[in-house]
Design a protein around this ligand. Structure first.
Ligand code: R5P
Length: 311
């Protein structure tokens, strides 16, 4: 579902969760918004107190919270949405540069919940609309297949391609698996580079095998591995090892979402990656690609000329 295209609502409020300050500052500056402070206090027993410090009467309220490590953030996010409505917000939208819980899009083993559906149900019941960057839509044709609220998707591919064009001479874009094919193809096309998509077999959280086809003809190119999510980094690391074993140069690893859990970055370095580069949908030292302008443009579309009547 698409947002209503309209002029920017200068009275919209931007409420950012801790950890999202840098993105909030960029979006606020782009859209000429003054961020409304949010306090998040954790009690000794692990419960949270969330407080929004501002008058939201009649204002569209944009809650900015990237959703890596989502289990810790979910309850405070729900509290923030309720607080915004209690303060009089006319509409409460969620901007989550990384939207988690999309990878479990089916029941892999009897007895599991389909967590993408559970998560979508809770967020759809809490917010009026949603903006995110490159959600992991594998078996779902669109977010509308799981989210019942209107949503807008920002594609990071153009920003990734610009970075590749500016920093890599003679790139060969490689997607580690069929799920990454959509990103690899889009990025390669924009960057004017050839691309390959490999095959992956995942046997467990940290047990991944990747096939590498004949790469003889690409030996003079710099491999650029592109995936949407780098989480444990086992997919990327296995691909780095295979690409190196196939005789290609040390690859540059490019990910949209830098989940990079635990020792993931060290794993990539040990595997022989030349560089790890991510977008800033999740704050991380590897962030080199700024998607805030793309996000801002999408958020702007939800903030209408009625000033207080964003959808
Ligand atoms: C799934 O297919 C995604 O596109 C990524 O390849 C995957 O989530 C990466 O996970 P990890 O870094 O844990 O191997």
């Amino acid at each position: 579902m698409k947002p209503r295209q309209s002029n920017h609502d200068s009275s919209a409020a931007l409420v950012a969760f801790p950890g999202n300050e840098a993105m909030a500052a960029r979006i606020a500056s782009q859209l000429a918004l003054t961020p409304t402070p949010l306090e998040w206090h954790r009690f000794p027993d692990g419960e949270s107190l969330v407080r929004i410090d501002g008058d939201l009467t009649g204002r569209t309220t944009v809650v900015l919270c990237t959703l890596d490590r989502p289990d810790d953030k979910l309850a405070p996010l729900l509290f923030a949405a309720d607080a915004a409505r209690d303060l009089g917000a006319s509409r409460v939208g969620l901007v989550s540069p990384y939207l988690s819980y999309l990878r479990q899009d089916r029941r892999f083993r009897e007895g599991e919940a389909i967590t993408s559906r559970t998560f979508a149900r809770v967020l759809s019941g809490t917010f009026d609309w949603l903006v995110t960057v490159d959600p992991h839509l594998h078996r779902y044709p669109s977010l509308d297949a799981v989210y019942t609220i209107p949503s807008a998707l920002v594609h990071a591919a153009p920003a990734l391609s610009v970075w590749i064009r500016e920093h890599v001479v003679s790139p060969l874009v490689i997607g580690p698996d069929s799920e990454s094919a959509q990103w690899a193809r889009a990025v390669a096309d924009d960057a004017g580079a050839p691309h390959l998509v490999l095959e992956k077999v995942r046997r467990g959280d940290r047990d991944v095998e990747v096939s590498v086809p004949d790469v003889e003809r690409w030996r003079d190119r710099v491999p650029v591995l592109v995936d949407d999510i780098i989480s444990s980094a086992h997919t990327m690391a296995e691909t780095v090892r295979h690409v190196r074993a196939a005789g290609l140069a040390a690859p540059v690893c490019v990910g949209v979402h830098a989940v990079l859990a635990g020792d993931a970055l060290a794993l990539l370095e040990d595997a022989g990656a030349a560089e790890v580069v991510t977008s800033n949908t999740i704050p991380h030292p590897t962030n080199r690609i700024d998607v805030s302008a793309l996000l801002g443009a999408s958020i702007d579309a939800w903030c209408g000329a009625g000033r207080t009547t964003c959808r």
